[in-house]
Design a protein around this ligand. Sequence first.
Ligand SMILES: *[C@@H]1O[C@H](CO)[C@@H](O)[C@H](O)[C@H]1NC(C)=O
Ligand SMILES: *[C@@H]1O[C@H](CO)[C@@H](O)[C@H](O)[C@H]1NC(C)=O
Ligand SMILES: CC(=O)N[C@H]1CO[C@H](CO)[C@@H](O)[C@@H]1O
Length: 408
Amino acid sequence: MRNLIERFIRPGLVISPGKMRARIFTTVATILARSAHSASAKPIRNTRLRLGTVAFVAGAGGGGLFAYEEYRKRRAPKTVLNSDDPDSFLLKAPPSFEPSRSVTFPMDMTGLKLTLYQYQTCPFCCKVRAMLDYFGISYGIVEVNPVLRTQLKWSEKYRKVPILIVETPEGEVLQLNDSSMIISALFSYVQNQNKTKTPGDHEMLRLVKCYPTVKFQDEDGKTQTEIMNKYFVMEDMEQDSKESKEAVLSERKWRKWADSVYVHTLSPNIYRTLPEAIASFRNFDRVGEWEKNFAAWERTLVIYTGAVAMWMIGKRLQKRHHLKEDVRQSLYEESEYWLRSIHQKGKGDFMGGSKPNLSDLAVYGILNSIEGCEAFDDLAKNSKIISQWYRKVQQHLKNAPNKVEIVV
Ligand SMILES: *[C@@H]1O[C@H](CO)[C@@H](O)[C@H](O)[C@H]1NC(C)=O
Ligand SMILES: *[C@@H]1O[C@H](CO)[C@@H](O)[C@H](O)[C@H]1NC(C)=O
Ligand SMILES: CC(=O)N[C@H]1CO[C@H](CO)[C@@H](O)[C@@H]1O
């Protein structure tokens, strides 16, 4: 069983946050301690540790991969409901945060009320937004403060973004946790609704149960959790022609590639050198509208200490994911691989043919998270992925039906 699970699930695993966290935390603290040492003879241990923590967490603004619990006990809103029982995704009530922004599509027929807990520049959150925008599904956004993470405290066990709260027509409140699971479940819902014209009774609840979370032990004996079937669209496989089967398999394969290969080329690139890391954080500050979430001193602290931390983490990730010494080359190569594979398919501008499919939207979302960074501009100069593919997906998204965006 364990082997089976590992074979099918491990490839999609992003990172083991606990281990990274501990190590990085110590490293950052040591570095800050050292620099403080040269500046002043009197080290103040606690302050440095706090700085280290803030720096580390700030990385989440860019990567969104790491959990952070240091501030957990402060101002924690009451846990809504989270236990190990199989229906633990059913909440009694939605968390009490008002969206700071809402995106409305008047033609949205889903009948679902969605609230996305996110960081604006996290690649996984960008993926979800790309999907929602493309299919014209309305949603509200709660921007999570990457330092305090107050907006995630209601979720007892799962503290990563994105989290999607779904309020169904039947009155259920569901907590969906992982970007790929969110996309698969929502897409299944919309597609099935399109086919039958009337949504089935408790359709969303039925779908969410198709993505159970499993626990397993990794090689180090640590307990890991993983969501089963997260790349699977749940649909009736009646008209199961050979062609559509291949399309389904290809879409799944490339969505997985986006999460397990492509996304890993980003961090080492946007945090390649210290100045570049600082510039990237400045970009996140702007795009993520951090002035809304941070005090001025917090922002400055996050940008600089975050840049140092992520610059160091980037080096580790480069090794872990076997990127080239010149990390730009890995980014270019994977991008070219994607573009070449589309051309080899010969069915149109997108992996989905003449229209983007879920794998196009996934890769788009990931790239979108670094638009504005130096790495993105370099990519545009050195690969055709931006001009021949990215801008075309963007055009499709702009043409999405009647989008109305309201900033509260
Ligand atoms: C999301 O995570 C929470 C733990 O915080 C868990 O209770 C819930 O069941 C998860 N949702 C799904 C759909 O698995
Ligand atoms: C559902 O149908 C509408 C209108 O026919 C279409 O625009 C949309 O792309 C369809 N969605 C899915 C997921 O098939
Ligand atoms: C969501 C979506 O549009 N999926 C498409 C993905 O690509 C295949 C072709 O490769 C289409 O058949 C799917 O409809």
